[in-house]
Design a protein around this ligand. Sequence first.
Ligand SMILES: NC(=O)c1ccc[n+]([C@@H]2O[C@H](COP(=O)([O-])OP(=O)(O)OC[C@H]3O[C@@H](n4cnc5c(N)ncnc54)[C@H](O)[C@@H]3O)[C@@H](O)[C@H]2O)c1
Length: 351
Amino acid sequence: MTDAPAPSKLAMVPFVSVAQMMEMVNTIGPRQMMAELAEYIETDFRRWELFDKTPRVASHSPEGVIELMPTSDGETYGFKYVNGHPSNLRRGFQTVTAFGVLARVDNGYPILLSEMTVLTALRTAATSAVAARHLAPEGAKTLALIGAGAQCEFQALAFQEMIGIEKVRIYDIDPAATQKAVANLADSGLDVTACDSGEEAVAGAEIITTCTADKQYATILTDNMVGRGVHINAIGGDCPGKTELHRDILLRSDIFVEYPEQTRIEGEIQQLDPDHPVTELWEVITGRKEGRRGADQITLFDSVGFATEDFSALRYVRDQLDRTGHYSMLDLLADPDDTRDLFGMVRRAKG
Ligand SMILES: NC(=O)c1ccc[n+]([C@@H]2O[C@H](COP(=O)([O-])OP(=O)(O)OC[C@H]3O[C@@H](n4cnc5c(N)ncnc54)[C@H](O)[C@@H]3O)[C@@H](O)[C@H]2O)c1
């Protein structure tokens, strides 16, 4: 025990742990939470022009990447720390883990620290559904999901809730992963089929989501697997040297991206010329550019995940703190009564 004064109110920052995030998801319900998150994400895409934007800051290694994703709307600043290590799966670690911070721009004080591993899966699926809302063929009922890892079930539920998907066809190179996803979705109300190949999974699907993890130029979809009118939601190609689609598919598709400066480095379009035309999602959402034009068009959302989506997700979580009570206060900031007497504060804490 010391006789150090209790931390000031400003020193205490709301913190959402993994356990508290899971309670929040289960209190609100995953589908409801992703639908609500989608509204925050879409609202921030509508405000796109006022955000600070930069491709994420990536530190690459042979095993994977560690990235920082900052942005600000002028009032609030946010960043996410996230890794992507496809080789982790074989070593018993998560491929993707994350946490994030929101802070006040006016004084720089953090106002939220949150786990973001679960939140990233929710926000990625919500973003995919936002894009599909503007790009997928009207009345789509069948979703093919290739890659049944951590993101998979979130994608299925978001598309059920927001797009009206009724059937999901799942393929993973590892049948145990497919079975895990089928079991997790058993009480979802979705008609779920485990498939033995990617070709089988895409049969009859109006929407194809690829969410595999491999640190290489992979070919999860070949040209002959993609029929006219399909919407492709490609989320696993999100790093230099890591793609999922055959180049010929890109040449047949109208391509939609989050932030071209980042996607040209990380997305499927790294396989194309640097000036290959793409449409930014915010322009479709705000009505400046056309999304889907007709029944035969192949639309491709070349998703890599952008900082504003994490900002929106953190903003959403902050707004749920009082509603759910699922957080604790963390003594994160040194905030001495006499702002210049930081050393004195440390010395008085000795008792
Ligand atoms: N775009 C975004 O915003 C965003 C967000 C989160 C994750 N991601 C990316 O999405 C991908 C999936 O993430 P995750 O957390 O689900 O990873 P994960 O490691 O949990 O799952 C990946 C799955 O892909 C399967 N797979 C690998 N190669 C395959 C192949 N050739 N055919 C079929 N299945 C194959 C694996 O067996 C595994 O089950 C990763 O590449 C990740 O970097 C993107």
